[in-house]
Design a protein. Structure first.
Length: 421
């Protein structure tokens, strides 16, 4: 039995053959000869037959996926959660490019989540979550897309990816937002008093302010060759994992620092952040300094606490030893608190004569808010000058999101940690 990939490849070859017949006659400014017309009609019939068989294969594959699929990322109940679980980015892209419409779960989701961009496909954030790269079968030289073309292909070997730390530390995630969001915040609490029998309670007032959030757009772009679209079995994980990762990685970096052009404002850039200095030219982050960071956060504040550090700080901490020369270990150095490492944490700071100084954060991570205003919008563009003459496809991925810190007083930072003698 022929596979779906084999059928698509054969269809492409047949289309190339009848296109060559037509192009030869057009180049010679004449009509097709009887022999050429017969060959053209035969090729056309074979293409139509293959397309019917491809549709049958796609239907069966979709039916199997509906039975076996489970939600990506967080599990969501209800009918929409089931639709998101069955959503296939690769199927949606293939259908939209070929016919201009969607079917099945992809059509159901798109009907409920209209994209704000004309010609774009709304895809669930749960199926996803920049840089520009071209996926060809022979390029780029450092990792050509041809490595994904099957001979007998096993599971895709993913590239090494930095860890997405803000959500793993417990950041609060808000999905499905529409208008700008104001989060009311208690600035000062009231006070309780002990009173005598039948006595009056002393009045005290609470004061409030708010944290405002609004959508910012982060985007990524991919170029995919025609042969990759026909042959690769890895297009689905590429769409789900790689484009999704680029968007979320950008969000993670913005949540940690941000503040750049068009970026949300992250923790390290938020006014009012408590920064503990380690020295005129920077200093070591040892047990005493870790204790000072922990002590800087109110013990009564509730939420998920933890440290976010650089790789250099982790290396230096692993080298700390007790009086007998035994390593203290991260658990001892960081007092048993959760510890995560991220490349998005600055490790190139300067202070006085100190260089390559690292930053560290400690706080209540549930006070970091990540809000999503859109689905992941995938805009396929086969007409761009870079791909139109090659038969390829340019993919633009967009996500509207924002970052806010509900209580910046629940975070403390070090920005001048020395990690080498």
């Amino acid at each position: 039995m022929r596979t779906l990939i084999h059928l698509r490849e054969q269809r492409g070859l047949k289309v190339d053959a009848i296109r060559a017949i037509h192009a030869k006659a057009a180049g010679e400014s004449r009509d097709l000869t009887d022999t050429e017309q017969a060959a053209f009609d035969t090729g056309k019939s074979e293409v139509e037959r293959m397309e019917r068989e491809i549709r049958n294969h796609e239907f069966l594959a979709d039916a199997e996926r509906r039975v076996e699929a489970e939600p990506i990322g967080e599990r969501r109940g209800g009918e929409m959660g089931d639709i998101e679980a069955r959503f296939s980015p690769a199927k949606a892209l293939a259908e939209f490019v070929e016919t201009g419409r969607l079917t099945g779960a992809e059509a159901e989701y798109a009907a409920e989540h209209r994209s704000g961009r004309q010609g774009a496909i709304a895809m669930p954030v749960s199926a996803f979550m920049g840089e520009t790269r071209a996926l060809l079968t022979t390029a780029p030289a450092g990792g050509p897309g041809g490595n994904l073309v099957p001979r007998d292909q096993g599971t895709l070997i993913d590239r090494v990816r930095p860890t997405l730390v803000t959500e793993s530390l417990g950041a609060t995630v808000l999905r499905g937002l529409t208008g700008n969001l104001d989060l009311p915040r208690i600035k000062d609490s009231g006070q309780a008093f002990w009173v005598p029998e039948h006595g009056n309670v002393t009045r005290s007032d609470m004061t409030f302010d708010k944290v405002s959030m609004g959508p910012h757009t982060v985007g990524a772009e991919y170029e995919i060759s025609r042969r990759m679209l026909l042959q690769t079995t890895a297009l689905e994980p590429i769409l789900r994992n790689d484009i999704a990762f680029l968007l979320r990685q950008a969000l993670d970096a913005a949540a940690i620092k941000g503040g750049g052009t068009n970026e949300p404002i992250g923790i390290l850039s938020t006014p009012g952040l408590n920064v503990l200095p380690l020295g005129t030219n920077g200093g070591a982050l040892g047990l005493d300094q870790v204790a000072d960071m922990i002590a800087a956060i109110d013990d009564d504040a509730d939420g998920n606490r933890g440290f976010l550090i650089t790789k250099n700080i982790r290396t230096a901490a692993l080298k700390l030893k007790d009086g007998q020369g035994n390593p203290l270990g991260l658990n001892t150095v960081f007092a048993g608190e959760a510890v995560r490492v991220s490349k998005a944490m600055p490790a190139n700071g300067t202070k006085g004569t100190g260089t390559n100084l690292s930053a560290a954060l400690y706080g209540i991570w549930s006070d970091l808010i990540i809000g999503y205003w859109s689905s992941v919008d995938i805009l396929p563009n086969p007409y761009h000058v870079d791909v139109a003459s090659k038969g390829g496809l340019l993919l633009h991925a967009f996500l509207d999101a924002d970052i806010a810190t509900r209580h910046i007083e629940n975070f403390v930072a070090v920005k001048d940690a020395k990690t080498s003698p």
